[in-house]
Design a binder for this molecule. Structure first.
Ligand code: NI
Length: 229
């Protein structure tokens, strides 16, 4: 499932994030790449362990926590600490690759199975040319370039790339989610059902409708059957 989650960061949070990024220490993006990815990766990223990265991670995780649509779509069990990258100038692209199946967290803090890959855009589309995230999907190639503060979720299994940035800079955050529901199709069904139920509940008399109560019970029973916590 490829999903656009809008408004993860408010305009004010976005301004804060951009101010932090403007003064942050950038390094070679290959520092965190696997062997195959390192061959294709040509960008810059923030040092993983510095105050700026920690401040940005807190800002972003707060945005995710309050976003009901994100929770319903991802059903997160664990979120890898968000990282931040920049494409522009000579370091402007990331060729086709697939993300590693497991992210090992710093200081032996555990592992995250990368069920879902996430990119949160921190630059507005008119600030740069190129830089589309291209995801190879069963429906063909999906080209993604979103408003600043918006995010795309896509299956960790997908081959994907970032097209060369030919003007300006593309700033983004990227991270991975291990979901409580491992299977993409099951997660998709639950997400659709939750959305339909939310519409029904908000219609007149929806909350008290016995069919809505019954379907809500079905949602939770499916979740109970598929969940891994
Ligand atoms: Ni990737």
């Amino acid at each position: 499932m490829l999903l656009h989650i809008d408004g993860v960061l408010s305009p004010d949070e976005l301004r804060q994030a951009r101010a932090i990024l403007a003064a942050a220490p950038w390094g070679d993006g290959r520092a965190t790449a696997g062997a195959q990815s390192a061959l294709a990766k040509n960008n810059q990223q923030l040092t993983e362990h510095c105050d700026e990265t920690r401040q940005l991670q807190q800002l972003l995780l707060r945005g995710l926590e309050r976003h009901a649509g994100f929770f319903s779509a991802a059903l997160p069990k664990q979120i890898s600490p968000p990282l931040f990258n920049r494409y522009g100038g000579a370091a402007n692209s990331f060729g086709n690759h697939v993300d590693s199946a497991v992210r090992y967290l710093a200081n032996g803090a555990g592992r995250v199975r990368t069920d879902i890959s996430c990119t949160l855009f921190l630059s507005a589309p008119d600030e740069y040319d190129g830089g589309e995230l291209v995801i190879e999907d069963t429906y063909g190639h999906q080209r993604v370039k979103l408003a600043a503060g918006d995010m795309v979720l896509y299956p960790g299994t997908s081959v994907h790339r970032v097209e060369p940035v030919t003007r300006g800079n593309r700033l983004a955050s990227y991270f991975w989610i291990q979901s409580m529901v491992r299977c993409d199709q099951q997660r998709r069904l639950l997400y659709d059902m939750d959305n339909h139920l939310r519409h029904l509940r908000s219609s007149p008399g929806g909350e008290a409708n016995p069919a809505v109560i019954g379907l809500t019970s079905t949602y939770h029973n499916l979740l109970r059957m598929w969940i891994d916590i």
